[in-house]
Design a protein around this ligand. Structure first.
Ligand SMILES: Nc1ncnc2c1ncn2[C@@H]1O[C@H](COP(=O)(O)OP(=O)(O)OP(=O)(O)O)[C@@H](O)[C@H]1O
Ligand SMILES: [Mg+2]
Length: 469
């Protein structure tokens, strides 16, 4: 709505009688007027009142009116200025207009002249105000949207940087269908939204559908819409997802669970970009892009004849795989910082941060629930934490146990790696211990000790070959 506040006018002229008369003229009108008889007072007024229109005499004693004009146009760019000049001073008028004055009046003038000049300026001011309000509203909408879609995708690992690259490519090809795979909680829906809102489809609908959550009888009507009376309960014509997402993106979550008969229909809709509502014959053209997601192995579903291979080929024009969080542990710390900052703001706990020990604890944990689990842990710890440092004890005990178990497995894995490495090198050096020790960068005695410790070459042919060197 356009502000209906009165337009504020400041009259700056050294003739007191003039400013008073003009002010009197504005009284009882749609304008609120203020007066100043010196440049100094005028500037004070500009500071203390939000002036919309300045009527400025450019021939003020002791100052150059054009300099003042220049100054106020810089300081108050949204304010309009009408200048008052002396008769025959066209030179000043031209300069003033060049400096951004909206209009000019020549003294002496009739009130009707000023009335017309002000009305003209007022129209312009109203348009300006409307524009500003629209801009504010739009930025508010996009801010809300941004908050709602949680567009931020945090990560520093090479795997996640690659996901970013692929998502950017997907955003640049708004006709290509995208399949996103990854374990639960890795951020599949998040990436799908990022692709949509970074593409030219951003102004249209992003419709997220979880086909496993809709009853099978309703699936077809939900996707294709229906005509009034086509079945019990169809009390009015209804658009389906394909139509609603015209111009936008249809996000099909958990596609692996989609019933086979619906898969065939979806395939046809994808190929033809034309649909027919249930109970109707009219063909409706609709332009949608499908981004689908699953945490199941679709190949296995295809082998078991639970998923159509031709549909998979339609859906995975671009394929983005988001690796599990445990495969990219370097993302844990930045994600944790991000979520703790988020909850610190939400729960009004400024300065909340994570202790080094807690970082270590979490970096060694394998996050079966991926980023969603990390987010939940961060939220819970942010709520429970007493001071402003999140320590180990702010995280669940089970997690502390699981984390130390991970460490043990890592040690076992390291041992296995060492054994395998020694075996490999020995083999490639034809079991010459000296050559193998050199290749491994250790002393021959150290190699012997390790072979003994890990029981490498203890029996059989290899033992014979090793000992004969
Ligand atoms: N890299 C990331 N940066 C910031 N937040 C993330 C990231 N990855 C995931 N999240 C957040 O983790 C939560 C789970 O993500 P999302 O719902 O996208 O996962 P999903 O893969 O669709 O899971 P599911 O398979 O269970 O549906 C969301 O709150 C999401 O915002
Ligand atoms: Mg999801």
């Amino acid at each position: 709505m356009v502000k209906t506040e009165k337009i504020k006018i400041l009259i700056v002229d050294d003739e007191k009688q003039f400013t008073e008369e003009l002010s009197g003229f504005f009284q009882g009108s749609d304008y609120e007027s203020f007066e100043a008889n010196t440049a100094e007072d005028g500037k004070k007024m500009l500071k203390s009142h939000e002036i919309d229109l300045l009527i400025l005499d450019v021939r003020l004693p002791g100052v150059n009116g054009l300099d003042i004009l220049k100054e106020v146009k810089i300081q108050y760019p949204a304010m309009e200025v009408i200048i008052i000049s002396a008769h025959g001073d066209m030179d000043t008028v031209i300069k003033a207009m060049r400096l951004g004055a909206f209009d000019y009046l020549r003294k002496p003038f009739r009130y009707i002249d000023i009335q017309i000049a002000i009305e003209r300026t007022q129209k312009y001011l109203l348009v300006q105000r409307r524009l500003k309000q629209m801009e504010e509203r739009n930025s508010l909408i996009s801010k809300n949207l941004e908050e709602k879609i949680d567009r931020q995708f945090i990560g520093v690992s090479p795997q996640i940087l690659e996901v970013f690259e692929q998502a950017t490519a997907a955003a640049n090809y708004p006709e290509a269908n995208v399949l996103i795979t990854g374990e639960s909680g890795t951020g599949k829906e998040n990436i799908a939204r990022i692709i949509h809102y970074s593409s030219i489809r951003e102004d249209r609908i992003f419709g997220a559908v979880n086909s496993s959550a809709i009853t099978e009888t309703l699936l077809e009507s939900e996707f294709f819409g229906h005509k009034k009376g086509s079945f019990t309960g169809a009390i009015a014509d209804k658009m389906g997802f394909f139509e609603v997402c015209n111009g936008g993106t249809l996000f099909l979550d958990e596609i692996a669970d989609m019933p086979l008969n619906l898969q065939a229909k979806i395939l046809r809709a994808c190929e033809e970009k034309v649909i027919t509502r249930v109970g109707d014959t009219t063909q409706i053209r609709t332009d949608f892009r499908i981004i689908s997601a699953t945490n199941h192995d679709l190949k296995k579903r295809i082998e078991k004849k639970k998923f159509r291979l031709d549909l998979l080929h339609r859906l995975n024009t671009l394929h983005i795989h988001i690796p599990a969080l445990r495969e990219r542990p370097e993302d844990i710390e930045p994600l944790l910082i991000h979520f703790v900052d988020l909850f610190a703001t939400r729960f009004n706990k400024p300065g909340l941060h994570v202790s080094r020990e807690a970082f270590e604890l979490l970096t060694n944990y394998d996050f079966p629930g991926n980023v969603r689990e990390l987010r939940n842990l961060a939220e819970r710890a942010s709520i429970l934490c007493k001071g402003n440092v999140l320590g180990i004890n702010d995280f669940p005990v089970e997690l502390q146990k699981a984390s130390s178990e991970t460490k043990e497995t890592e040690i076992v894995n390291l041992k296995t790696i060492e054994i395998n490495m020694i075996r490999k090198v020995l083999q490639s050096c034809k079991y010459n211990q000296q050559a193998a020790a050199d290749a491994l960068g250790i002393h021959r005695d150290a190699l012997s000790r390790k072979m003994k410790k890990y029981d490498i070459g203890g029996t059989g042919n290899i033992a014979k070959q090793v000992s004969s060197q």
